[in-house]
Design a protein around this ligand. Structure first.
Ligand SMILES: [Zn+2]
Length: 443
């Protein structure tokens, strides 16, 4: 298959008139050239595939239902638990497929699914103990995007007295394998299949005792990525300090989790020493600005992390919004509001967070670049929509002007997934979302 991009963001910058030959799942060649007669012409600005590095697919059911009034992360969590209670492998497959199809329409070609809804009601395993994991991997395949299933260890309900952890309460029982040996046993038998990778996650320092974090980190060190929710809430820091005398980041470091395969999700409330630990260990921090805004979490130290040597990636987390361009500009624009300064992050850096760095933190190396040998992902942004008309073909237009609604054409792993704004595998994405959400939520 041959494409000719009117403008394309290549590793060295934007180039006009780029001929791209796709060989199977990968780019065969990428050259500046005039359009040959047999090429598919992509008008507008073509960027690499976007990676959504932090997703909980079923949270999409909460959109429009949890944003107004008071409350906080903890009250939102009660609403989320109600949806979790209603899901089984069939309804989860339908909901995740529709959610991932929405992602594909937004230019997302790879998702990191932070997956902790493992078991049936009350924590009873399904006949296939990985039935729910298989459902999310299958959902990504059917929606035409790659996935890293971040299989999550979730064992405890929070910090308890004298250094212990609290027991799980009813809805959380579905998340638990009983003990870390149960998690290791189940994960070692989980093959997510074609187009998918298996990674590990520690839900949080609240939910996994320190000695068990060591075991999960050891498993991940044998070639998988490791993610964890870290310091999204000031309350988590206070509880961790009270229980262990150290921050969540320091506890993860002490447990052997912090390495170049590690991604801290959120990292909103970090100390200077925490920031240094991420930089020194070449770890990634995944910012989710639209969720962090929605839950009044705060604004993380993105510039300081980058200056320390950490990588930044982006996620839509609770899916209040699925738009990686909005997440990318959110990192810079939120920081402007608290620092009174502009330009902490260049548009090229923000686009890299949404593409190459996002793929890398999900274990997909050498992806997220339009160059020979990389996975053939192309995301074309129209420059003739009401939002983008008259804008120059630059990374700044992609990051600061475009929205998910301006994505017109998406190729993922060499396959056309979105053509002229229409998903090629899930023909009516809104209908699929309505049906899947209607099956699990009734208000
Ligand atoms: Zn999350």
């Amino acid at each position: 298959m041959t494409y000719w991009c009117e403008h394309a963001v290549l590793p060295g910058g934007v180039v006009a008139g780029v001929l791209v030959e796709v060989d199977g799942e990968r780019f065969g060649s990428v050259t500046a050239a005039a359009p040959p007669p047999d090429a598919t012409v992509l008008r507008g600005l073509t960027v690499p595939g976007l990676a959504n590095a932090h997703s909980h697919a079923f949270h999409r059911a909460l959109r429009g239902r949890t944003h107004e009034g008071g409350g906080d992360f903890w009250s939102w969590r009660e609403a989320m638990y109600a949806v979790a209670e209603a899901l089984d492998p069939d309804t989860y497959l339908a909901l995740a497929r529709a959610t991932f199809a929405e992602m594909a329409l937004a230019g997302i070609t790879c998702v990191g699914e932070f997956h902790y809804l493992h078991h049936g009601r009350g924590g009873t395993p399904y006949a296939d103990p990985n039935a729910m994991g298989h459902a999310v991997a299958q959902a990504a395949r059917e929606a035409g995007i790659r996935i890293t299933v971040l299989d999550t260890c979730y064992l405890a309900g929070g910090f308890g007295p004298s250094g212990g952890q609290c027991d799980l309460t009813q809805p959380q029982l579905r998340f638990s394998d009983g003990d870390v040996g149960g998690w290791l046993g189940r994960v070692s038998r989980f093959d997510p299949g074609a187009g998918a990778k298996l990674g590990a996650a520690v839900h949080s320092v609240r939910a996994v005792p320190a000695r068990d974090i060591e075991m999960v980190a050891e498993w991940a060190a044998r070639g998988a990525v490791l993610h964890a929710h870290v310091s999204e809430q000031a309350a988590e820091n206070a509880a961790c300090l009270a229980a262990h005398g150290r921050t969540p980041t320091a506890l993860l470091y002490q447990s052997g989790a912090l390495a170049s395969n590690f991604t801290a999700v959120h990292g909103t409330h970090l100390t200077a020493a925490d920031i240094d630990l991420y930089g020194l260990n070449r770890a990634t921090v995944c910012f989710c600005p639209t969720t962090e805004r929605d839950l009044a979490d705060g604004i993380g130290p993105a510039s300081a992390l980058r200056a320390a040597g950490a990588s930044l990636s982006l996620g839509s987390d609770s899916h209040a919004v699925i738009d990686l361009f909005e997440e990318a500009r959110g990192v810079e624009l939120d920081e402007r509001l608290i620092t009174g300064r502009r330009g902490g992050h260049s548009a090229a850096d923000l686009l890299a967070a949404a593409t190459e760095a996002g793929h890398a933190c999900l274990g997909w190396r050498g992806v997220g670049r339009i160059e020979a040998g990389a996975y053939a992902d192309l995301v074309t942004i129209s420059l003739d929509t009401p939002r983008t008309a008259g804008c120059p073909p630059t990374a700044a237009t992609a990051v600061f002007a475009a929205t998910a609604a301006d994505v017109r054409h998406v190729v993922a792993s060499g396959r056309v997934v979105v053509a002229d704004g229409v998903h090629q595998l899930v023909p009516d994405v809104p209908a699929a979302l309505s049906a899947a959400i209607g099956a699990v939520i009734h208000q």
